[in-house]
Write a protein that binds this ligand. Sequence first.
Ligand code: HSE
Length: 307
Amino acid sequence: MAVGIKVFAPASVANVACGYDVLGFALEEPGDEIVITKVDKKGLRITKITGGKLPYDPLKNTAGFAALKVLEHLEYDGGLEMEIHKKMPFGSGLGSSAASAVAGAMAVNEVLNKPLTKQELLPFAVLGEQIADGAYHADNVAPSLLGGMVLIRDTQTLDFHKVYIPDGLYVVVIHPHIEILTKDSRGILKTEVSLADHIKQSANLAGLMLGMQNSNFELIKNSLEDIIIEPQRAHLIPHFYDIKNAALTNGALGCSISGAGPSIFALCDSTIIAENVAIQMEKVLLDQKISCTIYKSRINNEGAILC
Ligand code: HSE
């Protein structure tokens, strides 16, 4: 019997407060796993899905679609079987569909002995994720694939740049157990921004990039502010401002919605602060009898890996 290869692609935090649709970073966990095996029967088939209900038709599945796009590009006409093991929640704001798309693209590339680089896989993974929310953006896919924090300067050409990660930066992510569909969370956003808001938001994004580059935690702290998207989405997340307040008053550098929500992330400049911030953020939800999961890690610099 043929032996499959297994790929892991991590969750990610998109937007990072002031970088809506253009900035994201990878987490160490959770993430999705895909196993792919060469078989005689031609074509790509999804044979097993665990951890969630998803379509078995590769054309309707983010991992399957991304894999098909890679195979089409490589003009591969052999047979492959794919198993998808969802190890992260849907509609969580943690880039679940992006992780699947990344793992799908990477897994077929690995089983065919890596004809493409990770960078070359990016457009195929972005097309895969597009199946989920209908929008073309790479702020989850790029960090999940490439690791680290990634700025996508131009989404159409996928001109991306990895951002330097200062030593001592820790992430806390809290996932309240409610589901928000990215499509809905995008649908409520106004399509126009005032000039005053644009000036403030672009100054914050530039400040965040400089703060990261120069390990300037004070500048990172002052720049981690989203005055455009967060105020429009906060009402979707129960007790959002109380959770944010708990993070900031306990020493987090900044705190905002992870991607389209409901997860919330905080960046901290020490593990001790991160531990306490996690406890205080969780307490707000537990006091309200809302269950949640907490993730604490450094920014994951590797992205998707062969297991
Ligand atoms: N930038 C996207 C959003 C990430 O906030 O809608 C979610 O996929």
